[in-house]
Design a protein around this ligand. Structure first.
Ligand code: CA
Length: 227
């Protein structure tokens, strides 16, 4: 049974979240104060922490930063603010996902499931949380990519390919290998599709797409991601 810590100072929200999570089979501990939560989580890390941004004691951003510097507890941030920079800031300091208030408890539960699934996957080395390479941030839960704090709009396939390459830094993949891993069916798609996607990704994330620093070509073999 997974243990989830909820850090939220609004009693109504905290109670609803606790009820839904318990009903879904999770053990839940709640805290209303950021500092108190930091001590408790550090003492005994839960399987996942849900953290509100506006908190007494210590705000959710600082709490996330502290927890990240000490370990890899999966974190979902609750934010009542819709501003994009808040979401991005949260992901950049290492949160795995965020949920904007008001949210449906059912949606939160499904995000919890997804983040836990990813966290377990990362133990097998197959998938993980937010990847940070300098000013490039790739957040698989939110399917969000930011460069120097700005959101980069990617198609689903562009995201999948970037994420796949970034999960295997410096490993070289042929176009057919990428088709198999990212598209899932190599027989019916022209390998040139990969070339096109690489070019579009470079235009979006490389300062100089003609001289890529991240998405590099290995002549005669394929492509690799430089971290
Ligand atoms: Ca609050």
């Amino acid at each position: 049974m997974s243990h989830i810590t909820v850090v939220e100072d609004e009693p109504n929200i905290s109670e609803v979240v606790r009820l839904y999570l318990r009903r879904s089979g999770y053990t839940v501990t709640t805290y209303a104060d950021g500092l108190e939560a930091l001590e408790a989580i550090t003492r005994q890390p839960p399987d996942l922490a849900i953290i509100d941004i506006m908190l007494p004691g210590m705000d959710g951003f600082s709490l996330t930063r502290h927890l990240r510097s000490r370990g890899d507890v999966p974190i979902i941030l609750l934010t009542s603010r819709r501003e994009e920079h808040d979401r991005i800031a949260g992901l950049e300091i290492g949160a795995d996902d965020y949920v904007v208030k008001p949210f449906s408890p059912q949606e939160l539960v499904s995000r919890v499931r997804a983040v836990l699934r990813r966290a377990r996957g990362s133990l097998d080395g197959t998938a993980g949380g937010t990847l940070v390479f300098g000013d490039l941030v790739i957040a698989p839960q939110a399917r969000l990519v930011t460069l120097a704090g700005h959101e980069i709009v990617l198609t689903a396939r562009e995201f999948d390919m970037l994420y796949y390459l970034a999960c295997h830094p410096r490993q070289v993949f042929s176009r057919n290998q990428l088709l198999e891993s990212v598209w899932g069916l190599s027989d019916y798609i022209d390998p040139g599709t990969v070339t096109v996607h690489i070019r579009r990704l470079r235009e979006k994330i490389e300062p100089d797409p003609g001289n890529p620093l991240r998405l590099c070509t290995v002549w005669g073999v394929g492509y690799k991601f430089e971290p």
